[in-house]
Design a protein around this ligand. Structure first.
Ligand SMILES: [Zn+2]
Ligand SMILES: [Zn+2]
Length: 134
């Protein structure tokens, strides 16, 4: 019984899986193709150093491209992703970090709040003001 309605059901998951596969392939293509110059800011210099915050102890430190095995020509986006995975905290040795935010008020980097809820009342550790607005 209910053979007719089952037919439609069987097609849907396949379409879903195909859509996901296409998405994954597109993502891999974007990630693997280090956009050479890309569109827009062709003269923009690649970021040489990033300020990151240790995911374990919130210690702020800088990572250079060479520190994490990133080539100078790699896209900034790749540098950022790699930094988050490969950066090793000089204080506690933890591997893994988050990109530090910059305070709009005093311009100093700080470890981002750990939840969006906490970010509402978040105060800059340097100037004590809300870092989101100028
Ligand atoms: Zn640490
Ligand atoms: Zn500040």
């Amino acid at each position: 019984m209910a053979n007719g309605s089952e037919r439609g059901w069987k097609q849907n998951p396949i379409i879903g899986i195909a859509a996901i596969a296409v998405l994954v392939i597109a993502l891999v293509l974007i990630l693997s193709r280090v956009r050479c110059g890309g569109g827009g800011g062709a003269t923009a210099e690649p970021t040489a150093k990033l300020t990151v915050a240790c995911a374990a102890c919130q210690h702020l430190y800088e990572v250079g491209r060479a520190d994490i095995g990133c080539s100078p020509t790699d896209d900034d986006e790749i540098f950022r992703v790699k930094a988050m995975q490969e950066a090793k905290c000089p204080k506690c040795g933890h591997k893994g970090a988050v990109i530090a935010f910059t305070c709009k008020k005093c311009g100093k980097p700080f470890a981002p709040p750990q939840s969006s809820k906490a970010s509402k009342d978040f105060k800059c550790p340097h100037c004590g003001k809300s870092p989101w607005l100028k």
